[in-house]
Design a protein around this ligand. Structure first.
Ligand code: GAR
Length: 194
């Protein structure tokens, strides 16, 4: 299975996924990284690990459908079977949703449906929650709304800061995401063999 990782920023999850793929722990190959941000550190991280990384700017296209059609052309050219969103801060539209129906998952730093959207970690701290976590879910047209595949809790300690909580959440993400991607890819391979 060939996987494309979509990311807008730092790319610590993309890096964890690429490294897991290289050691055979992902059950698939990360063949492509796509970013909507020209200077996203994830692009260089991926290239340094030998993975093709492409920036496509939404501003260069007339609308979302044209932008996603360009991404789709790239995905088709690279033979991508599955899309993994890892900090891709953009809603997916019908063009990609229809082409990769049931073959696109996302990770979000909260226990959805709590704290969807931007700055989930800040939202949890602001709400003075004592627990938050990580959710991995199938992507649908909504913002962080698709069917949940896996969740893991993270406790928020007294005096927790954004930095300490982010570190705790990222540590969970970097283990949970490769394991769940492996599980989902296996299910798809088995589904196709039946
Ligand atoms: C991750 O914590 C991910 O859960 C979050 O963005 C971060 C990306 O970090 N995604 C969302 O908030 C999606 N709504 P990374 O670039 O270091 O992987």
């Amino acid at each position: 299975m060939k996987v494309a990782v979509f990311a807008s920023g730092t790319g610590t999850n993309a890096e964890a996924l690429i490294k897991a793929a290289k050691t055979g722990e992902l059950g698939g190959e990360v063949a492509l990284v796509v970013s909507d941000k020209q200077h996203a550190p994830v692009l260089e991280k991926a290239r340094n690990l030998g993975v093709k990384a492409e920036h496509l700017s939404p501003q260069s296209f007339s609308d979302k459908a044209a932008y996603e059609q360009a991404i789709l052309t790239l995905l088709t050219k690279e033979g991508i079977d599955f899309i993994v969103l890892a900090g891709y801060m953009r809603l997916i539209g019908p063009t990609l949703l229809e082409a990769y129906e049931g073959k696109m998952i996302n990770i979000h730093p909260s226990l959805l449906p709590a704290f969807p959207g931007l700055d989930a970690i800040g939202q949890a701290l602001e709400a003075k929650a004592d627990t938050t976590g990580v959710t991995i879910h199938y992507v649908d047209a909504g913002m962080d709304t698709g069917p949940v595949i896996a969740q893991q809790q993270v406790a928020i300690a007294n005096g927790e800061t954004r930095e300490t909580l982010t570190a705790k959440i990222q540590a969970v993400e970097h283990t949970l995401y490769p394991a769940v991607v492996k599980q989902v890819l296996n299910e798809h391979v088995e589904g196709e063999q039946q």
